[in-house]
Write a protein that binds this ligand. Structure first.
Ligand code: ADP
Length: 507
């Protein structure tokens, strides 16, 4: 048996649009950093290529410096110059590409949601591969993520492998099949891909129209390994209801498609060392958790009169996927059940943001409800620590990280049984699950009654059996949600794919 230390390490290069904590919108950013760190610890050489956004958290990049090279990459029929920067993020080497293109692609004050996202990220995907070629990199694995860097897969095989960047297998991870990045087929030509060759139903043509191209589909077809972020979600997206139009493509490529549950980065998410908390704490000493509850209440001007009033938290992007109607309902239901409610969320959808602003205003000076409609990393840590329960009533959820973070901080998840929530939250009252795995409250039907059936039981438990609640909190805090076992699964997929390629080359 070869231990991971003796095994020669792989060279893995991630090409992605997000990386926590420098450029994070959601779970993708967390995964990139958590998985990369875990692979690095196993002895692999891991590098990352990101766009150089104007709005990055530059204080988290160490030793940032410009490379003494001018990278020229192809787009819209000509070449453009790019400045390349290198730096270290969380101990990981990162290349940042700054295009000198008149479109100012990454100078927009936000990562996504621009009218020209397809152009911005197809440009980036091509420039990233050009960088690897120019630097003479010989990676074993190029790992791309979500539709923004899905272009890497067809670009690699159609353009870069013939140019000599041919050492790698391509791994693609889809973090959410909702976002596919479709565009008129002609736009694919901007990054140099051959529209005539790729706009076919078995390649990149979108299922909705024969003149639209689907980058996500291209990555499924052109990658050697395709993963998504939980086993249940991997099954759901292979059905007509869950596949958002890609189920038949996924079924045709099912041999290379697997679901691997994400881990969480336990350096970032550890209540014993978390600098954002008022008081650090462990499962053996929960007093710190109660102190954080008190601190949050004071900070948000909520009533502190009753220490034992349950505090229900919700930390989320406010988008339809997250079950916004149930989140709204949860505020009122929590009040009816004698709890306090804190929401931290922001919405890219104007009518949802407006609706929640109205609710926030309504409760502006309420002693038991506070809605904070913004993205705030440090406040999120304090809410995980302070809350007794965290609600995640998602309509669908590829993996979900908040339920795992919540458990690590002793906040009991109240979650809908879908996707990764189904793989990580197990109902306290579900007799079909061994007792040691039961860790939260779940429901299935995505309506108010369904949600109540879980929240009501959670609050009843909290109020009526504090000893067993405390045991639950302590048990949950000790569950291993680290990247160790998930990174091992990625490592195995990489190694298998690399050795298959070597065997094929020999024969
Ligand atoms: P998604 O990727 O769909 O947004 P996940 O549950 O996979 O959902 O990841 C959400 C991540 O983003 C978690 O780390 C969570 O703490 C964080 N997050 C979500 N909303 C906010 C917010 N408003 N402020 C701070 N962090 C947030």
């Amino acid at each position: 048996l070869i231990s991971s230390k003796d095994r020669p390490g792989l060279h893995v290069i991630h090409i992605a649009a997000e990386m926590a904590p420098v450029a994070k919108v959601g779970g993708l950013g967390d995964v990139l950093t958590g998985l990369s760190k875990a692979l690095q610890q196993k002895g692999h050489l891991v590098e990352i290529v990101l766009p150089k956004y104007d709005c990055m958290q530059y204080e988290h990049v160490q030793d940032l410096r410009g490379l003494d090279m001018m990278l020229e990459s192809f787009f819209e029929g000509r070449t453009f110059k790019n400045k390349v920067w290198v730096g270290t993020v969380e101990g990981l080497p990162v290349y940042f590409i700054e295009p000198h293109h008149p479109g100012n692609f990454f100078w927009r004050g936000q990562l996504y949601g621009e009218h020209d996202d397809f152009r911005r990220f197809s440009y980036f995907s091509r420039a990233a591969l050009e960088l690897l070629l120019q630097l003479g990199k010989r990676p074993d694995i190029i790992h791309c993520h979500d539709w923004q860097t899905a272009f890497v897969a067809p670009l690699y095989w159609d353009i870069y492998a013939p140019k000599g960047l041919n050492s790698a297998r391509i791994c693609f991870t889809c973090h959410n099949f909702e976002y596919q990045g479709t565009a008129p087929a002609s736009e694919l030509a901007f990054c140099g891909l051959d529209v005539g060759h790729l706009n076919r139903p078995d390649r990149m043509q979108d299922h909705s129209a024969h003149d639209r191209i689907n980058p996500l589909k291209g990555a499924i077809v052109y990658s050697n390994i395709v993963t998504t972020v939980s086993p249940t979600y991997a099954q759901e997206v292979r059905t007509a209801e869950g596949g958002k139009g890609l189920h038949s493509t996924l079924n045709s490529h099912s041999k290379k498609f697997v679901g691997i549950l994400n881990g969480i980065d336990t350096d970032t998410w550890n209540p014993a060392t978390d600098i954002y908390l008022k008081v650090q704490y462990t499962a053996n000493d929960l007093q710190g958790k109660y102190d954080n509850k008190e601190a949050l209440r004071r900070q948000l001007h909520l009533s502190s009169a009753d220490v034992w009033r349950p505090l229900v938290g919700c930390i989320t992007r406010l988008v339809p996927q997250k079950g916004v109607h149930l989140i709204r309902h949860a505020i009122y239901r929590t009040l009816e059940l004698g709890g306090q409610f804190v929401l931290l969320g922001s919405s890219p959808v104007p009518h949802i943001q407006k609706e929640f602003e109205e609710i926030a205003n309504h409760f502006r000076s309420h002693e038991h409800v506070r809605l904070l409609l913004k993205y705030d990393e440090s406040l999120s840590h304090l809410i995980y620590a302070a809350s007794d329960m965290l609600i995640i009533p998602s309509i669908f959820e590829p993996c979900g990280l908040t339920q795992m973070i919540a458990m690590k901080y002793g906040s009991v998840p109240v979650a809908r049984k879908t996707g990764g929530l189904n793989d990580s939250v197990f109902d306290i009252d579900d007799d079909s699950i061994p007792v040691q795995f039961r860790n939260g409250y779940t429901f299935y039907t995505a309506d108010e009654q369904g949600f109540n059936s879980a929240l009501d039981r959670a609050i009843y438990h909290y109020k009526n059996d504090s000893d067993s609640w405390q045991q639950l909190v302590q048990k949950n805090m000790n569950i291993d949600f680290s990247w160790d076992s998930s990174a091992l699964q990625y490592e195995e997929l990489y190694l298998k794919s690399v050795s298959r390629a070597k065997a094929a080359n020999r024969s």
